[in-house]
Structure formats: structure tokens, C-alpha cells
Design a protein around this ligand. Sequence first.
Ligand code: NI
Length: 219
Amino acid sequence: MLTLAGVLESEDLTRIREALAEAPWLDGRRTAGPAARKVKANTQADTDNPKIAALGRFVREALERSEVFAAYARPARWSTLMFNRYGPGETYGTHMDDALMGPDGGKLRTDLSFTLFLSEPEAYEGGELVVEGLEGERAVKLAAGSLVVYSTGALHRVEPVTSGERLACVGWIQSFIRRADEREVLFDLARVRAALPEGEARLLLDKASGNLLRLWGEP
Ligand code: NI
């Protein structure tokens, strides 16, 4: 799991929240699989709406500018980004996301999920994203404009919102590097590289990282 602060600036957040206030909102169960549908109670902005689709592209471009995100996720393919909203009493109970997403003939394998928080944490009570792992549960509630990315294979939930409104943007990534352990090695090497001055050591590290990408990467 990785958290990234300041993916969006406050003026972008204001613009997105204003656009979402006028968006057509649909029942979130429309995009959930049969099991998830039973525990999902939220609304989602209509991604067929051109303004909402443009907002999704804007968020994706912001993420693509993040070198840390690129080094951690190694994105090969992206799902459509979705905007969801939880009001009082709304929640998304424990579930797992679909392994394959998208239209027939254009499906992606979901390796990583991300949630970009669009509401300030003070604007709502509850609404933590809780991710279950072998080492226990992690509850995540970040500042507006901050993002968490985690393995899609994990069970997770959104705790009930008891007051206020929780807006977020969510999406999924198929990574060039399928295995999480291999992705971790490459991420560590990228962090070491960032600390090295230009020179022979960095060149050798680039060679090793590039050759690992060749070993592990799949287009
Ligand atoms: Ni989910």
C-alpha cells in the first residue's frame, strides 16, 4: 500500500467538486458484481456524461505526472476512472473487486486499486477505506487531493458515513509487473536511484532495473 499526498491542487479540487455537484448521479450497484451489489450503497457520477469522462481523464493525467506513482504501480492499462459519493447511512461492505474489468475484448486485469479522496476528512464522519491484509486491517482516510493505492486482491470496505458527504475518485490498473513482490523490488530500486548522484553507480543501477523489467515485465 502506498499513500501519495497532494496529487491534486486545491483549485483543481474546487473545480472537480463544483462539477460533481451538478453531475448526474446513478445507483452504485449498477457497476458492482453480484456479490458486491448486496453490500454496496452509494452513488456514482455517470461516466457516460462527457463532463464526467473529462474529469476522469484529468485525474488520470495528474496521476501520470507523478513519478512516485509510476515507479510504484508501473501502469500498463487503466480502467475508466469513477467518481463516487457516500452520504449519511451509505457504505460499501466488505467485498473484493472484479479480477477482470471493462468491455468484452478490452478487459484489463486489475492488479492495483486506487482511491483519491476529494472531500476534506472534516467534511464527513466515518467513511474510512478499510483494507484487510494478512497483517490485519488498515483504515485509510486522507486529506482531499491525496491518494491510496493497494492490491486489488485484498478484501476491503468503506465504513458507513454517518454525517456529511464523502466524495472520491476510484480506478484500477493493470501493471506491467504482475506480481506485487517484483513490483516492490523495482520500487525500492527506483527509490535508491533517486538518492544517487549521476555517475557509474546510477548507470549500473539503471542497467539492473532495466534488465529486471525485461525479466518481469509483460506488455
Ligand atoms: Ni471495491
